[in-house]
Design a protein around this ligand. Structure first.
Ligand SMILES: Cc1ncc(COP(=O)(O)O)c(C=O)c1O
Length: 383
């Protein structure tokens, strides 16, 4: 079969970068250990802790499970409320529901697309136990203001840093700014192993609780370190521990992190350069470059001036084989958001951003020619 002509070739929205290095890592893991908390997991956890500047990193089966594990270890439960954005992936709110607590949706700020501290403050009640800031596109919201609210009101701060690996806020790694940080290594993330995540912690007591909850409520981790002579059921927990085979893939991905990041950053730089003039002329907003944030080239989005223009652009790009996407149906207006009676009132920034945002293909294997094709198509298909 002959290759399709370049103009017809589909440009994937996202694509992981796996090669012989991951295959070799898997082969090695298969020969050593396949269940969790093994040598590959330990090495990756230590490496991530050093990279982030964290006391402890616990690998988990997903970013979703990292969020659930964080809330479980913090003791969030029935009768409590947790403030999170509506403009986020479902897991930020599902994790709260899974604890029997109630997610309370707050507005986002236009410049970071993360939680608006003033609106968060308005939504705090005597039942509020925690705030979950989401680092959308690897960009932190106003963590200084959110941290101050959490301290003043005695609330826990759980960062949803699922999109945040290798991104920083004022020179600190995302995931290390609150009581707990949750990373994702899903196939679509900058560093991936198919399905995986990590919980980032600083407080020794919380670390001890999370280690137990991650291992089905047992003290197996302490046993593996030789701290107890047999392991047993000591608390509530579940199975959040990742297989060492997946940890081995992560290890190979961390070896490649500089290359992954530099390619992604080059694509973002070219998108910016190629689209800046067009965007200005059309009233389209590109992600802002904020001096105290170092994002990680995870997402490159365009904010169109009207929903109709975004929808037309999305359809036109897809018609040309360019798999652009949108983000997100706001959780408060999703079927389940309505079913649980989440009614935050008007969230105008959330609604506008969700209706006008378009994400361009972005991954480390995007060829220069494909980047040029996307830039050209965005300009040509602009209604
Ligand atoms: C903001 C956000 N939170 C949570 C998650 C859940 O991560 P995972 O897919 O690893 O469960 C994601 C992943 O898409 C995400 O983008």
């Amino acid at each position: 079969m002959s290759e399709p002509a370049p103009a017809e070739r589909v440009i994937a929205f996202s694509r992981p970068w796996y090669d012989e290095r991951e295959a070799e890592a898997v082969r090695r893991a298969l020969a050593v250990q396949t269940c969790g908390d093994g040598p590959a997991s330990r090495r990756v956890e230590a490496r991530l802790a050093a990279l982030l500047g964290a006391r402890r990193v616990l690998l988990t089966t997903s970013g979703t499970h990292a969020l659930e594990l964080a809330l479980l270890a913090l003791g969030i439960g029935p009768g409590q409320e947790v403030v999170c954005p509506s403009f986020t992936f479902v897991s930020s709110a599902n994790a709260v529901l899974r604890m029997g607590a109630r997610p309370v949706f707050a507005e986002i700020e236009d410049r970071t697309l993360g939680l608006d501290p003033e609106d968060v403050e308005r939504r705090i009640t005597p039942r509020t136990a925690a705030i979950i800031p989401v680092h959308y596109a690897g960009v932190a919201p106003d963590m200084e203001a959110l941290g101050a609210i959490a301290r003043r009101r005695g609330l826990r701060l759980v960062e949803d840093a699922a999109q945040g690996i290798a991104a920083r806020w004022r020179d600190r790694a995302l995931g290390t700014l609150g009581d707990a940080g949750c990373l994702s290594f899903h196939e679509t993330k900058n560093v991936s192993c198919g399905e995986g995540g990590a919980l980032v912690l600083q407080d020794p007591e919380l670390i001890a609780r999370a280690e137990i909850a991650r291992e089905k409520g047992t003290n197996r981790s302490a046993f593996l370190r030789g701290e107890v002579d047999k392991y047993t059921w000591v608390a509530e927990g579940s199975s959040f521990v990742i297989s060492d085979v997946l940890a081995a893939i992560l290890e190979a991905q961390l070896d490649k992190l500089p290359q992954i990041q530099s390619r992604r950053a080059a694509v973002v730089a070219r998108y910016r350069q190629g689209l800046a003039g067009w965007a200005q002329a059309r009233g389209v907003r590109l992600p802002l470059e904020l001096p105290d944030r170092q994002p990680n080239a995870h997402i490159f989005y365009l904010l169109y001036p009207e929903p109709r223009l975004r929808d037309l652009a999305l359809a036109a790009l897809r018609g040309r084989g360019i798999m652009a996407t949108f983000h997100y149906i706001p959780l408060h207006s999703s079927p389940h958001g309505r079913a649980i009676g989440a009614d935050p009132g008007a969230l105008p920034v959330t609604d506008r951003v969700a209706a006008t945002l378009l994400r361009l293909p972005l991954h480390a294997r995007l060829a220069d020619a494909d980047v040029e094709r996307v830039i050209e198509a965005v300009q040509e298909t602009a209604p």
